[in-house]
Design a protein around this ligand. Structure first.
Ligand SMILES: [Zn+2]
Length: 377
């Protein structure tokens, strides 16, 4: 194997900044970070002047991209198209996300993940099943006629994969403890979302089983004085991460700051919840037979309800920084923290021995390159 390198004016490893330095890797593995002048002259090397190299962005919630909705094409090839579209926006890895579907389609998504892994499709980290185990009162753009409360026996019918990560979003109040325990047993990362719970329904036992909360503030019972709701539980449960959409439309910037002040460091992370319109010329697409269109940068259905986001990871980070977040924290919210949320111990930092995965941004936080498993795009 040969050594390869990328270098830039600034490099952030997830912890420390380096000036005029290079990231060196061999195969899929990071070897070192070295000052540019110490880079061996014969090494295959690309320099990005004025740019910043950061740990590769990881997006836990991507419904589509490049004109493709995962719900409409639940195949390994579609996963590849979606990953490619989001690489243009800095995302190294993502979870193609299936919005509430039939049990057959859920099985298809899990089987397609196995295929994507066998075919080594770059960027596919796993799948996110968002529903159909949700609360009809917080259905958002989901088709509530598909919702049900699963038993552990029903869950055992699905082809849970051995390889790749599976994230499940379920409304904790709509799923019983034995079913939650089953999901944990098969290695699922469990997130509470599309939930209209009162705090009393979110028992300590259920909260101990949950790893995170999906798109904090959106499709959740709000925090009120007498009733903390699902938002209150999400903010109070220290061990659980919260994903948040930072397009400036789904959540007010001040609410993002408030969440950041409350959650322990590392437990607030960015997702895009992006749809097929990202990385596509097409401004509308179909979800469950309904046309969703981009209007003033918002994605709305025919009733005017928000239906996902029209944004990439790079712009999500740029927004956080414009709202006053430190650059290093914004970058970690898109890389280090989502890696930790999925227990991907080889991702999220630029350290020797870890996977060679990086996002390269220009001075305006636009993507100029993405490194995935040692392959530079
Ligand atoms: Zn959702």
């Amino acid at each position: 194997m040969t050594l390869r390198a990328v270098s830039a004016t600034r490099l952030f490893d997830g912890h420390t900044y380096y000036q005029d330095s290079a990231l060196v890797w061999e195969g899929q593995t990071i070897i070192s970070i070295v000052p540019l002048e110490k880079l061996p002259p014969n090494i295959e090397h690309q320099h990005f002047e004025g740019a910043l190299i950061a740990p590769g962005f990881i997006d836990l919630q991507v419904n589509g991209g490049g004109g493709v909705m995962f719900n409409s094409d639940i195949s390994a090839a579609a996963m590849g198209t979606i990953c490619e579209a989001h690489r243009a926006h800095g995302t190294a890895y993502l979870l193609p996300t299936l919005i509430s579907s039939t049990p057959e389609d859920l099985s298809q998504a899990l089987s397609s993940l196995q295929q994507a892994k066998q075919q080594h499709i770059p960027g596919v980290l796993g799948v996110h099943l968002e529903g159909p185990w949700l609360n009809v009162d917080k259905k958002g753009a989901h088709n509530a006629s598909l919702f049900y409360a699963p038993t552990a026996e029903q869950l055992a019918q699905f082809p849970w994969p051995k390889e790749g990560k599976v994230l499940v979003t379920a409304a904790l109040e709509k799923i019983d403890v034995s079913a939650l325990e089953y999901l944990k047993q098969v290695g699922v990362t469990l997130s509470c979302g599309h939930s209209n719970a009162q705090i009393a329904q979110l028992t300590e036992q259920k909260l101990s089983l949950v790893d995170g909360f999906t798109h904090l503030f959106n499709a959740m019972s709000p925090l009120e004085g007498r009733e903390p709701g699902t938002v209150g539980a999400a903010l109070k449960t220290d061990h659980a991460w919260c994903s948040i959409i930072t397009d400036g439309i789904h959540v007010h910037p001040d609410s993002v700051h408030i969440a950041s002040k409350i959650k322990p460091k590392g437990k607030l992370l960015v997702v895009t919840d992006a749809m097929a319109s990202v990385g596509s010329e097409n401004n509308s697409f179909v979800l469950d037979g309904e046309v969703i269109s981009v209007k003033d940068n918002k994605l709305v259905n025919s009733r005017g309800s928000l239906a996902g986001a029209h944004i990439g990871m790079d712009q999500s980070i740029a927004n956080l920084i414009a709202w006053g977040f430190a650059e290093e924290e914004a970058l970690r919210m898109a890389s280090t923290y989502p890696a930790q949320a999925l227990a991907c111990h080889n991702l999220g930092l630029l350290r020797p021995g870890m996977t060679a995965a990086a996002t390269i941004l220009n001075a305006d936080y636009q993507t100029t390159g993405v490194l995935v498993d040692g392959k530079l795009f």
